[in-house]
Design a protein around this ligand. Sequence first.
Ligand SMILES: C[S@@+](CC[C@H](N)C(=O)[O-])C[C@H]1O[C@@H](n2cnc3c(N)ncnc32)[C@H](O)[C@@H]1O
Length: 211
Amino acid sequence: MGGRRVTRGGSSSRWLREHFDDPYVKRARQEGYRSRASYKLLEIQQRDRLITPGMTVVDLGAAPGGWSQLAARLTGSGGRVVALDILPMDPVPGVEFIQGDFREQQVLDRLLECLGGCPVDLVMSDMAPNISGIKAMDQPRAIYLAELALDLSCSVLAPGGDLLLKGFEGEGMEELRRGLRSAFRKVVTRKPAASRPRSREVYLLARGCIL
Ligand SMILES: C[S@@+](CC[C@H](N)C(=O)[O-])C[C@H]1O[C@@H](n2cnc3c(N)ncnc32)[C@H](O)[C@@H]1O
């Protein structure tokens, strides 16, 4: 899944070794991005031209801010990026940030209030639950976060708007794809090079909201 399972001994030290040898971690440090996740969005951006100047973008599960940094750069001074995470996030220039649990109604209300009815061009969600290592618990949690992001998209996206959603292949993903297909013109799956090959992580890109 997206998070790191911290265990004593083997897998934790393997994670540290992999992390420091990781070319995307090194590149992020050199290029001033807060996370290696930036390169997942960057690859999708280069292929699919998702973000253009002047767009309004909602970034769910934004911390530490790699996607927000890139979105703010691509939308430019005429655009708007509203980011949300359960964790705190150091300010990113040009990004409005809401801290809270996206599963809570009052957090959703704060996000809607912040948007103030402004139509959104792109909702992107890189949210991933903390993993327990128990697949039967982790997968439904991940699917639930993705479904909530889809619900939000259906109410805030401008006609023709797009949704980029992190998912994990497994139970519930086909239903999620079906839900996306009923609300968008086209749905494709992306697995950027920066997404670790052994992870079931994929990104569902739903284009052209038809609701
Ligand atoms: C993979 S990280 C996102 C990385 C980010 N896209 C970047 O580029 O830096 C996943 C994020 O989802 C957040 N998250 C998980 N559950 C959440 C929830 N219920 N509400 C809000 N954020 C959540 C986590 O706190 C974490 O920061």
